[in-house]
Design a binder for this molecule. Structure first.
Ligand code: PRX
Length: 629
């Protein structure tokens, strides 16, 4: 079948199309309705069907490949490597599930997972899925305030964490940050389960903190049956940044997600049982959920869980893993490739990469230089794919499992099946002509696997995502884009205040709120500024309560470091601005709205655009002046 026909079928007959795809997973109870869209924009997939993500990822493979590798945990930081077969993974997940049940976790309860990239993190996610608990994984790079916000929103009964992670040869403590977060949060989790890696000392809080290794010993023979869940039960919550300072809890279902992953693993990632998949992301991001933990396992593949950087002990380390484990499909982000490009290519050439069939890149724009370079180094197709935490799997890419259509440099590809994508003129609500810039929007229903709602806030879901165009209720991606005459899309950046630093999605408002908590700051604007390596970096412009404090360059440097330390402590180093400039005034409209886009344009050496509403044009001069200091 041509991809065009496959795509058309998915859009015109979603019921029959997704009924067919649903056969890719196992159901305990058949569904009675493929799609319920009686309450748009909410879409319920596979109503009445019962299944389980953990069952499809683990148990389902026991009869045919119990002894084949399932989870390969590699840490180039602690120099450890361990492979768990499907049978071993099954045992470990049941042990973890038994511990959770013992600690009082019940179906529907939330479990917050704040973990480095260790096998136990995957056990915990799968154990939650097994017993019907809702996991909320928080990226290890986030610090206490980010964590506290998420604890208060998800209200977990249990937190699973560890003493520390490790990065670049240094221990990165987790437990003290977690303790601080719990001290800050209004909601107090009853129990904290701790994996002790002996990287840092841990203070156990009596009555609350429990040791994983000790409890595991008590549950070595645990048999925890799968809890069958209605397809629309909540599988997990994953927080993501948006326009406001409060991250949104993206809520996902069970059945639709399982089908979307099985389907995308087949048609887009072309993975086969018995092969090895290597996604270099982190379980704290959506790529880690979909394509480190659930997707590859649901496809019967071994998946690699990697703790470390791409360049330690040297820039050949990923390729040595590809050789050793005969990785067939690899998934990474453009920033990582740009980092590798700075190192001698011989380090890559040293290894036998003949197992590798394709490299998938996502999370941020893939520039042509990086794409061409890695394609020629590896000699395999480079498949850009565009999607979001909200969608859980690619909106745009090339479905090579259906038809090996050509890729186009600078484009993440064409609309993936199930997604009725349009480029919409923001002002008129009309569909844009080919090559005309507009907002990337999707006509409902969103396909299986996409977010069900904002956790605990249906209204916010409708208002944030589905109320941006006057004439029609369409899902907004908050990305600018164009579609060329052949249906290839090009992504041109966010329409909101979200920035993308090294593929990490961050909200400038959250960073601004954090900086504002410094006692000397009266006002601040944070913008994303183009960066050759990281795609974008955050740059802050702050007004001091007492400007004389930054009168000399030395004094300004000290204050800048202080402000950065506040962000590090509250949000984590991942959100730290690359510069904090002190200015006497910020450009605003006459009604007091910050002109972030004008600031961003000046930082990038572009024209500041339409300034008819600006209150005081000299404020822009001050931004320019600050940049040259
Ligand atoms: O702005 C787009 C950018 O990353 C955003 C989504 O980030 P996140 O929720 O972290 O999900 C990442 C899943 C891979 C998008 O709204 N983005 C993602 N992929 C691409 C991209 N921009 C350009 N090209 C891409 N391939």
């Amino acid at each position: 079948m041509s991809y065009a026909a496959f795509y058309q079928e998915s859009i015109q007959h979603p019921d029959t199309f997704w009924d067919g795809e649903a056969k890719l997973i196992d159901w305990h109870t058949p569904y009675t309705q493929v799609l319920d869209q009686s309450r748009p924009p909410f879409a319920k997939w596979y109503v009445g069907g019962e299944t389980n993500l953990c069952y499809n990822a683990v148990d389902r493979w026991l009869p045919t490949q119990a002894d084949k590798p399932a989870l390969i945990a590699i840490s180039t930081e602690t120099n450890t490597e361990k492979t768990y077969s499907f049978a071993e993974l099954h045992l470990e997940v049941q042990r973890m599930a038994a511990i959770m049940l013992d600690l009082g976790v019940k179906q529907g309860d939330r479990v917050l997972i704040y973990m480095p990239m260790v096998a136990e993190a995957a056990f915990a996610m799968l154990a939650c899925a097994r017993i019907g608990a809702v996991h909320s994984v928080v990226f290890g790079g986030f610090a206490s305030k980010s964590l506290a916000t998420r604890i208060d929103d998800a209200k977990p009964v249990l937190v699973v964490s560890a003493d520390a992670g490790m990065r670049g040869g240094k221990a990165v403590p987790y437990k003290p940050l977690l303790d601080e977060a719990i001290a800050l949060s209004a909601h107090k989790p009853e129990k904290v389960l701790l994996v002790n890696r002996a990287l840092d000392t841990m203070q156990f809080v009596a009555g609350r903190d429990v040791d994983y290794a000790a409890l595991r010993e008590q549950h070595l023979d645990a048999q925890v049956p799968v809890t069958w869940l209605e397809s629309n039960a909540i599988s997990y919550i994953l927080y993501t940044s948006g326009t406001t300072g409060n991250p949104k809890g993206v809520q996902r279902d069970v059945g639709g997600y399982a089908v979307a992953l099985a389907s995308s693993m087949k048609h887009i990632f072309c993975g086969n049982p018995g092969e090895t998949y290597f996604a270099t992301s982190d379980i704290g991001w959506v790529v880690g959920h979909s394509y480190i933990v659930y997707g590859p396992l649901i496809a019967g593949m071994a998946t690699i869980m990697y703790e470390g950087t791409p360049i330690r002990p040297d820039a050949g380390v990923w390729w040595s893993i590809v050789e050793k484990y005969k990785v067939t499909r690899m998934f990474s982000a453009p920033t990582a490739i740009r980092v590798l490009k700075k190192h001698p290519p011989e380090l890559m050439k040293k290894y036998d990469l003949s197992s590798l069939k394709a490299l998938y890149l996502a999370g941020e724009p893939l520039d042509e230089t990086t794409s061409s370079w890695i394609a020629s180094e590896l000699g395999v197709p480079i498949i850009d794919n565009y999607w979001q935490t909200e969608t859980g799997w690619p909106i745009m890419s090339i479905a090579r499992g259906i038809e090996d259509k050509a890729t186009r440099l600078g484009s993440p590809g064409i609309a993936m099946y199930g997604y009725n994508v349009s480029i919409i003129n923001e002002a008129t609500g009309a569909e844009c002509a080919p090559n005309e810039k507009g907002v990337v929007a999707i006509r409902g229903p969103l396909p299986p696997g996409c977010m069900q709602t904002v956790y605990g806030d249906d209204q916010r879901f409708v208002q944030t995502y589905w109320s941006n165009f006057a004439h029609e209720q369409l899902y907004s991606t908050f990305d600018w884009g164009i579609k060329d005459a052949d249906g290839y899309y090009f992504i041109l950046g966010r329409t909101d205040d979200v920035i993308n630093v090294a593929g990490h999605r961050l909200g400038t408002r959250e960073i601004e709120e954090s900086i504002s908590s410094h006692p000397q700051i009266s006002e601040v604007a944070v913008v994303g500024v183009e960066d050759k390596l990281k795609g974008q970096v955050a740059v802050a412009f702050a007004i001091l309560k007492h400007p004389e404090l930054a009168a000399t360059p030395e004094a300004a440097k000290i204050l800048e470091a202080e402000v950065m330390a506040v962000v590090d402590k509250q949000l984590g180093a991942v959100a730290r601005p690359s510069r904090v400039h002190f200015v006497p005034m910020l450009p605003k409209t006459r009604s007091g709205k910050l002109l972030r886009r004008a600031i961003q344009a000046i930082c990038e050496g572009r024209d500041a655009g339409d300034l008819t509403t600006i209150e005081d044009p000299t404020s822009l001069q001050q931004i320019k002046a600050a940049l040259v200091v």
